[in-house]
Design a protein around this ligand. Structure first.
Ligand code: NAD
Length: 361
């Protein structure tokens, strides 16, 4: 099959890790008979250097012509990079928020998967992790809720007072809930919808709509969980979760908790999707300017993001499985980049890790 992929190489380690993910995708194409064409897109610091702005209309328009976009990370060292002398709206990170908005990326997917080979990096006790570790995904609503509601700080009766508004309408809840159920259909068919329905009206509507959507997916089990309980359950028994569906702020906090529980930052992928199959795929980590250009960064988070792209934007489950299995195999053979290296393992560079994974696809 033919697809057009946008590549945002980005800043810092971005070009190195995207190069390795492309190596793996090229192997997928030749093994499975697909043809991907790539178009290079500028974002963040690289875009500032070329155009003066972190995101241009040209990048947005070109991204819209793609089936999916794969991105490294953007940004630099805030203390030393000239990008951070610019006003906030012209800095690298402003470009990332703007492209998410311009492409209407309302669904953020953050898997947290514990490789048994890396269980030493997991801060949880062995008896909690169990034999097989855990494998969950957080589906977070990304364009509504508290972060986008009306806000104000003013003096009321001589007292400084601040208000933030948490608003969701049923359409916003329904579309993210459907996304979560669709994803559950590709996984273990369980959705845990997380809210604070004992206190918040927006959560009571969330719960009602999630239950309505569940009726369209009889094969999927839905459970509701209060957010405070979910925060506890993620460290008490993460194995119970498959798909965790939640609103913007709860998802922001829970996805960071889940990634910490899963261990190394160099392993964690993410995706942001819109109403169509289109998505922006990127590692959860930043541009790591401290190790840029040294060929030591871990490319696995970006390679696993490319696997998510195959699965969710291109409907290539078999190919995504092959990439994930190749990552697992390389780890079980004892190859590690510096960030996940431990005694007795074979230390490899960024490019060696990419090649080892590509060879095993
Ligand atoms: P970071 O994630 O870039 O780095 C934190 C630490 O983890 C560093 O020690 C780094 O060397 C290490 N690290 C990160 N990814 C690694 C990898 N793949 N392999 C090995 N080690 C890795 O976070 P930071 O230092 O806070 O931010 C650096 C820059 O990245 C900032 O400009 C920040 O704004 C930006 N950032 C971008 C994104 C994004 O593009 N989505 C996300 C987070 C941060």
């Amino acid at each position: 099959m033919e697809f057009k992929i946008g590549l945002i190489r980005g800043d810092g380690i971005g070009p190195e890790i995207v190069g390795e993910a492309k190596k793996v995708l090229d192997t997928v194409c030749s093994k499975y008979g697909h043809a991907f064409t790539y178009t290079e897109l500028l974002l963040g610091g690289a875009s500032i250097d070329a155009t003066g702005y972190p995101l241009t209309d040209e990048t947005v328009e070109e991204a819209k012509t793609c089936d999916a976009v794969l991105m490294g990370s953007i940004g630099g060292d805030a203390k030393t990079s000239p990008w951070y002398q610019l006003p906030p709206s012209r800095r690298p990170e402003a470009g990332l928020l703007a492209i998410r908005k311009a492409l209407n990326l309302f669904a953020n997917l953050r898997p947290a998967y514990l490789y048994k080979e890396l269980r030493d990096a997991c801060p949880l006790k062995d008896e909690i992790i169990g034999e097989d570790g855990f494998n969950l995904i957080i589906v977070r609503e990304l364009t509504g809720g508290l972060y986008f509601g009306a806000r104000e700080t003013k003096e009321v009766d001589g007292v400084m007072t601040a208000v933030d508004t948490l608003t969701y309408n049923e359409n916003e809840i329904r579309r993210i809930a459907k996304r979560a159920f669709d994803i559950a259909m590709k996984r273990n068919r369980k959705v845990t919808s997380v809210d604070k329905a004992n206190v918040l009206d927006s959560s009571r509507l969330w719960r009602k709509i999630a239950a309505e959507v569940a009726e369209e997916y009889p094969e999927v089990t839905l459970e509701h969980m209060l957010v405070d309980n979910c925060a506890m359950q993620l460290v008490r028994d993460p194995k119970q979760f498959d798909v965790v569906l939640t609103e913007n702020m709860f998802g922001d906090i829970l996805s960071d908790e889940a990634s910490m529980v899963a261990g190394s930052i160099g392993m964690l992928s993410s995706a942001s999707l819109n109403e169509t199959k289109f998505g922006l795929y990127e590692p959860s980590h930043g541009s790591a300017p401290d190790i840029a250009g040294k060929n030591i960064a871990n490319p696995i988070a970006t390679i696993l993001s490319a696997a998510m792209m195959l699965r969710y934007s291109l409907d290539m489950d078999r190919e995504a499985d092959a990439v994930e299995a190749a990552v697992q195999q390389v780890l079980s053979e004892g190859y590690r980049t510096a960030d996940i290296w431990s005694e007795g393992m074979t230390k490899v560079s960024t490019s060696e890790m990419g090649s080892l994974i590509a060879e095993r696809v």
